[in-house]
Write a protein that binds this ligand. Structure first.
Ligand SMILES: CC(=O)N[C@H]1[C@@H](OP(=O)(O)OP(=O)(O)OC[C@H]2O[C@@H](n3ccc(=O)[nH]c3=O)[C@H](O)[C@@H]2O)O[C@H](CO)[C@@H](O)[C@@H]1O
Ligand SMILES: C=C(OP(=O)(O)O)C(=O)O
Length: 435
């Protein structure tokens, strides 16, 4: 589960069959941290077994909470006795979601000292909107020696207008406000499915949050949250990754255990390209029966727009469509680092400025040693490898392991020729592969 392993994929197999999507990583990480606000035991179901979750469990235990997997996908968290408010750089550097510790510890203990968070590197990842929210509630925030130190004598609800639509700031302010006095209003809030899931989790533990999923969220502070059981929503991004992989390999895959509504922006784009998309209550079938896929222009946007976390996977699909496609990245300022790797496999993609990629379609991809430059870029490499001629070796699997549960097993069940090996002492030299 680290950078000492590589994935070896023999491309050219059309994916066929059914794949069951796991719980949403980005929802589960926020909910685990949110359980710091709760006095009592939270039983959280449908939690994916990925390294971000394991790291967060360690962090919560390090702070004096008790968190553990008690079944395949169930985590129990009890933070009734949690008293520590300091999360060091060592513990939080790998995961972006550790920023939620600021809101949760502030809400619970009125103080938090959290190292500036890590996560995937797509350029600058500021937290000014999080801080603006904490300050609006009456907290004092200082950044010193890489730590964000937040204290408050009391937290009192107020209106916070976010200057940018931020998932992290929306969730963090919700966490800080859940136990504050009075009403907090988050205007221009993010509407992502996991924002709604976190609000539903907190409400099921006794919070009073209305409007999640719209631009305006109202949080009426309550005195205390109680324990309970909650099940995390399916992973929109994992589902999208499998949908794109099915289309790219010209396969026929039923992607199950999903909420089709969350997939609408992707489903619409795939249909525009000529991919067959059949929607069911909790599943989507993806198939390709046309000789060629059509080009498309895609721009990433906050939900319900096309998710930035599917941008690398979608761009990979565009490399095999007919014609020139444009991908415009509107959320992050540097999320095209993986394109050099894709071009090494025979793609023809040019980045213009920081946010536009021009994809000349119809490429024949060929296997090569490549690196995952971040989590979703890693998923894009897997998709490229599945459609490439020959063998691809993917390095830096620690990124992929942050967010995909049992990726190889799920792909193997769909017919993919994929395995994981220890890194060859001489990476770059393709070993004889027997996948
Ligand atoms: C753990 C998690 O859920 N991560 C997701 C979350 O990240 P994360 O919550 O970090 O992303 P945000 O929604 O906050 O960021 C969106 C945009 O807002 C900007 N911004 C954000 C905060 C701030 O204080 N100031 C500011 O300017 C960012 O630079 C970025 O351009 O949403 C992103 C956008 O959908 C996804 O790519 C990440 O996978
Ligand atoms: C970028 C992601 O996660 P994080 O924000 O934790 O880096 C992701 O899930 O694609």
């Amino acid at each position: 589960m680290n950078n000492e392993e590589k994935m070896v994929i023999l491309g050219g197999v059309k994916l066929h069959g059914e794949v069951k999507i796991s719980g949403a990583k980005n929802s589960a990480v926020a909910i685990l941290v949110a359980s710091i606000l709760v006095k009592g035991k939270c039983v959280i179901e449908n939690v994916p077994h990925v390294s971000d979750i394991l790291d967060l469990i360690d962090i919560i235990n390090g702070l004096g909470g008790v968190a553990e997997f008690v079944g395949e996908d169930t985590v129990e968290v009890d933070c009734s006795d949690l008293t520590d408010y300091v999360a060091s750089y060592d513990s939080v550097r790998k995961i972006r979601a550790s920023s939620y510790l600021m809101g949760a510890l502030l809400g619970r203990l009125k103080k938090a000292s959290v190292a500036l968070p890590g996560g995937c590197d797509f350029g600058v990842r500021p937290i000014d909107q999080h801080i603006k929210g904490f300050e609006a509630l009456g907290a004092k925030v200082d950044i010193e020696y890489g730590m964000v130190n937040i204290t408050a004598d009391e937290l009192v609800g107020d209106t916070v207008y976010l200057d940018v639509v931020s998932v992290g700031a929306t969730i963090n302010i919700m966490l800080a406000a859940a136990l504050a006095d009075g009403i907090t209003v988050i205007d221009s809030a993010a509407k992502e499915p996991h924002v709604v899931d976190v609000a539903n989790f907190l409400n099921s533990m006794g919070a009073n949050i209305k409007g999640a999923g719209t631009d305006v969220i109202k949080i009426r502070g309550v005195k205390e949250l109680h324990g309970g059981t909650f099940s995390v929503i399916p992973d929109q991004i994992e589902a999208g990754t499998f949908m794109i992989a099915a289309a790219a390999t010209r396969g026929d895959v039923m992607v199950t255990n999903i909420i089709p509504k969350h997939m609408e922006s992707l489903s619409a784009k795939l249909e525009e390209m000529g991919v067959g998309v059949e929607e069911y209550d909790e599943a989507i079938r993806i198939y390709v029966d046309k000789p060629e896929l059509k080009r498309a222009n895609v721009k990433t946007q906050p939900y319900p727009g096309f998710p930035t976390d599917l941008q690398p996977q979608m761009l990979t699909l565009l490399t095999v469509a007919k014609g020139t496609s444009i991908m415009k990245e509107n959320v992050w300022d540097n999320r095209f680092k993986y394109i050099d790797e894709l071009n090494r496999m025979g793609a023809n993609v040019n980045v213009e400025g920081k946010d536009v990629a021009v994809v000349e379609g119809g490429s024949r991809l060929t296997g090569a040693p490549v690196c995952a430059t971040d989590l979703r870029a890693g998923a894009a490499m897997v998709i490229a490898a599945l459609i490439a001629d020959g063998v691809t070796e993917i390095y830096n699997l620690q990124y992929i392991d942050r967010g995909y549960e049992n990726l190889e097993e799920k792909l193997r069940a769909l017919g993919a020729q994929i395995t994981r090996r220890n890194v060859n002492p001489m990476p770059g030299v393709l070993s004889a592969v027997n996948v």
